[in-house]
Design a protein around this ligand. Structure first.
Ligand SMILES: [Zn+2]
Length: 129
């Protein structure tokens, strides 16, 4: 796959490609995370992966989410991406810096800029305050 031109790719298309690239990493993707983002209670809030679409962030969406009962029925193996927010870490200048995320403690937001800085500085874990 040719690397994506973030500035010229519509966000919905970009997110679709990001999701596909994360799916391609397979079920053991967590082992290959460049960066893990945790809450003060050590829940995994998000993770960043190096994929064919570039650096992609997968955000948890917190307790409950939406329509959890239906989702659990369709969930093969507890590794579903259906209830996650998946996007490239990089976005256009016209988009919000804050990504929607969450963990067992509740909803949160994560700064794209903060993720980029952490990846550049080779941090492996970021703990949110
Ligand atoms: Zn938590």
């Amino acid at each position: 796959m040719e690397s994506m031109n973030i500035a010229e790719t519509p966000p919905t298309e970009r997110r679709r490609q990001a999701l596909e690239a994360v799916r391609d990493l397979g079920k053991q993707r967590t082992d290959h995370a460049l960066l893990k983002v945790k809450c003060p209670a050590s829940h995994m809030v998000a993770a960043v992966y190096d994929t064919s679409a570039g650096h992609v962030v997968v955000c948890g969406t917190g307790p409950g989410g939406h329509g959890s009962r239906d989702r659990n029925a369709n969930n093969r193996g507890g590794d579903s991406l259906d209830d996650k927010f998946v996007d490239t870490v990089e976005a256009t200048q016209f988009e919000d810096d804050e990504l929607p995320a969450g963990c067992g403690c509740g909803p949160r937001t994560i700064s794209r800029k903060k993720l980029q800085d952490a990846v550049v500085s080779h941090a492996h874990v970021v703990t949110l305050t």
